[in-house]
Design a binder for this molecule. Sequence first.
Ligand SMILES: [Zn+2]
Length: 254
Amino acid sequence: MSVIEKVDNNQPVKAVEKPDYRKYLNVYEFDVELPSGIKLKIKPINAGQLKKFMTSIKDDESVKELSQAMYEMIKSSIVGDFDMGEIYLNDRPALILELRKVSKGTEFQFEYKCPKCKSQSIISEDLNNITIIPMPAKMNPIVQLDNNLSVQLDYVKIKHEQEILNMGMDSESELLLSVIAVSIKAILSPEGSQENLSLRDRIYFTDNIPQQLYTKLTQWHDDYHFGIDMNKSIKCAHCGEESEHKMDADNFFF
Ligand SMILES: [Zn+2]
């Protein structure tokens, strides 16, 4: 039997007869409550998952591939048979935040370029200080667009985004408009409520309403927003200029 002499307290460590370290790898599980109130259990992103994520991300990464890689990474760290599709899009940054905290710690550094003097600096943020915005207890799902048209809206879930990505939506602007479209549950017109519209129909509707009516839809999403507050006020160390910077949860693992 071999003996390793050097450990912290200088006690020799005996070699185990039947090596089995695996049971010590699955002990890290954490309870998480998302801003919507959804509760689940997560485990840290391990080195293998992160490697897989990194290698699937290239410089010319499309929106679809990036979302898919992120989807797979999050999915593999949810413990049990929780249906990830049921998580709200607004919850996702908070879930990524929790995963980042348990996997890599709470200190997050990012590059910042001052909008005034253009000097660059590295900013450190303690992720425990990020403000969580809970889902509003009450919301009015009806938005009146004009004298004839109203819509009934609802929050968008990850499964809805998957539906959009599977349709081939692959640019940020297309995706944004489609997320607004998929949030439309019914179109209310003088004839009555038009429900069960296909996603394509709802995208057509959203594409073709006047800009000022479209703004009413995005306003609803802003008014009832929940999730995490990624805005950080930064004071430039060089010129003293204070400005708002929006951190990106997608960068938590880089
Ligand atoms: Zn500056």
